[in-house]
Write a protein that binds this ligand. Structure first.
Ligand code: SF4
Length: 317
């Protein structure tokens, strides 16, 4: 099927079935272009909260679709590819996390939204990279906190808040963790006027080189409002599609991962770090998902209810 043909069919099915397509900024460009709502994890949860659609098709990874289902169990939530997982969520298994929490019974548990529903069910308050600082700051200074699962975001927030009683789970996102420091240094030499934009899931050595650190949506907003002409972007490369869209005259250069480091880096994103889970969603799979109403996300009710509390607490702060 031609791209225009498949897009038309998707639009028709969305209307017939009162469905909405939510897409994360890390999705393929052609998926971002047809989304009814595009955003980062927090924005997508908020969009799911407002929709009157009966069906939500989630072009993202599984924990995001699960989050929508946790909040809106009466809606049919579909994910176009069941293999769209997340290495960060995988790095924090509920059984292990539960044991860790049991070893520290008087701690408040804050979990990044990049977790399975069963981990959210063990959590007091969820957070995203957009609101993690605000949520930690909402707690008394002497509160004992367990922060999971991202060690880089956790250490970054800990350094900003000077919290002494903050235990950090040892998890990470394989994409952000792998950005090459050597590549950033080489690019800074090549483009001395460029600013480095970094997501707090990056390791500390990368954050130390950054001119601006923020969530995906914060990086996008900064690049649109700032008056620099060139940016070195240390987050998943999908966001560059929107950065170029908002600032067509600026240059955005993705970072390669340490594993793929070569000297032929350009801004076409051919050698940059993509999240393979995010890129699993294609237009064809979205069409199949809508047509066959597959693959439906379901969560055991007692897990869902406990997980819901942690997300609602986050949304209310
Ligand atoms: S970029 Fe990292 S945190 Fe985001 S979905 Fe992919 S693996 Fe998970």
């Amino acid at each position: 099927m031609l791209k225009t043909e498949i897009v038309e069919k998707i639009e028709k099915l969305k209307q017939e079935k009162n469905a909405i397509l939510l897409a994360h900024y890390y999705q393929r460009s052609e998926v971002q272009d047809i989304a009814d709502f595009l955003g980062d994890s927090l924005q997508l949860s908020q969009a799911a909260a407002k929709t009157k659609a009966d069906i939500i098709v989630f072009a993202g990874v599984y924990f995001m679709a699960e989050t929508a289902k946790i909040l809106y169990p009466e809606k049919k939530v579909l994910i176009p590819d069941l293999n769209a997982g997340c290495s960060l969520a995988e790095s924090c298994k509920a059984d292990d996390f539960k044991k860790f929490i049991e070893q520290h019974p008087d701690y408040t548990v804050i979990s990044y939204v990049n977790t399975d529903a069963s981990v959210k069910a063990l959590t007091d308050i969820c957070c995203t990279s957009s609101n993690a600082l605000q949520i930690i700051n909402s707690l008394p200074k002497n509160e004992k906190i367990i922060f999971g699962p991202d060690r880089n975001l956790g250490n970054y927030i800990k350094s900003l808040t000077s919290r002494e009683n903050m235990l950090i789970w040892d998890g990470a996102c394989h994409v952000h963790e792998a950005f090459s420091v050597e590549n950033i240094i080489a690019l800074k030499k090549q483009y001395p006027q460029a600013k480095v934009l970094a997501h707090p899931e990056c390791k500390e050595q990368v954050l130390l080189l950054a001119d601006y650190i923020g969530s995906t949506s914060a990086l996008l907003a900064f690049s649109a409002s700032d008056n620099t002409k060139t940016y070195i972007v240390a987050t998943e490369s999908g966001i560059i599609h929107q950065m170029r869209h908002k600032s067509p005259k600026k240059k955005f250069i993705p970072i390669v991962s340490s594993n793929t480091l070569n000297n032929e880096v350009d801004d076409s994103c051919g050698a940059c770090s993509n999240c393979e889970f995010m890129k699993l969603t294609t237009l064809e799979k979205i069409y199949d998902s809508l047509l066959n109403e597959q693959f439906e996300v379901n969560i055991e009710e007692n897990i869902r209810k406990k997980a819901e509390r942690s997300i609602v607490r986050m949304l209310s702060l």
